[in-house]
Design a protein around this ligand. Structure first.
Ligand code: GLN
Length: 275
């Protein structure tokens, strides 16, 4: 049966590398075989053909299967949310490296699939995790992911550009907001551009930090003094994000690269007195 799925996926050569095709083969076999007897029935084969057909159109395997993994945990995904990226795992790792006391509270702004919030809730014992998003459909996916991973996250439907009323104060605020500029669209992979939610990805060229500036202002009122703000960033905007944080009075600003060597995340501390 491995052989027939490989045969079906041969058509994808050119679109995917050999290594990607071997990962796809494994994922598809897991999906279409009856695992216990490792048997591929006629309907399993048809399912595999259908998946291959969708892959050929550029649809990401995570949307086809409706699921992915993040930080070794299962997450469901739909086209209402971005597919979690490995860079974001590195951001989560950075937050987890901190020494967190009981009662620790964290807010994830623009939670999408909930990958950051759910992982923090799972890994930080006794944490109070809050997550906001402007998309009701994304929040539905994120809530299912909290359920799937048996954690409690307080989700709310919020537009970050509206006044932030009745918000608690947090130890940490984290965000992976939209940061791809319109002009970068030309260099993007077709399977990102054609399938992932544009509202979660794009910002205007002439205001690339629009979300970052607003989130920093929210952090000035919603973080404890000494609280930490973490961002995932566009690799070309490291200096700009750091300068902006400095101009707003944040201190201990640290820019880090991802595993590919690109500037990808920033941490900064809210000062004791921001005036
Ligand atoms: N890292 C994503 C990408 O390259 C973008 C995520 C975002 O805009 N926050 O497609």
């Amino acid at each position: 049966m491995q052989h027939s799925v490989q045969h079906i996926l041969q058509e994808l050569e050119g679109l995917y590398t050999r290594q990607e095709i071997s990962v796809l083969t494994r994922l598809i076999l897991e999906e279409v075989c009856d695992n216990k007897i490792n048997h591929l029935s006629g309907s399993g084969l048809r399912k595999a053909e259908d998946i291959a057909f969708r892959l050929k159109s550029g649809e990401p395997i995570q949307y086809i299967l409706g699921k992915t993994e993040f930080y070794g945990m299962p997450f469901m995904v739909t086209p209402d949310v971005l597919i979690p990226r490995p860079e974001t795992e590195e951001l989560v790792e950075w937050i987890l490296a901190g020494n967190r006391q009981p009662g620790f509270s964290v807010l994830d702004i623009g939670t999408g699939s909930g990958c950051i919030a759910v992982t923090l809730a799972k890994k930080i014992h006794g944490a109070n995790v809050y997550a906001w998003d402007i998309s009701e459909r994304a929040l539905k996916v994120a809530s299912e992911n909290a359920f799937l991973n048996c954690v409690n996250v307080r989700f709310s439907l919020r537009d970050i550009f509206q006044p932030v009323d009745n918000s608690p104060i947090f130890d940490v605020i984290v965000s992976n907001p939209p940061y791809v500029t319109e002009s970068e669209k030309t260099t993007m992979e077709a399977n990102v551009l054609g399938f992932e939610p544009h509202g979660a990805l794009f910002v205007p060229d002439d205001h690339a930090l629009i979300f970052y500036e607003r989130i920093v202002d929210v952090a000035l009122t919603s973080l404890y003094n000494g609280g930490e703000l973490y961002f995932e960033i566009n690799r070309d905007k490291g200096t700009e994000v750091c300068d902006m944080l400095r101009s707003k009075g944040f201190t201990h600003i640290e820019l880090r690269k991802d595993i590919s060597g690109n500037d990808r995340m920033v941490r900064a501390i809210k000062p004791d007195d921001h005036g």
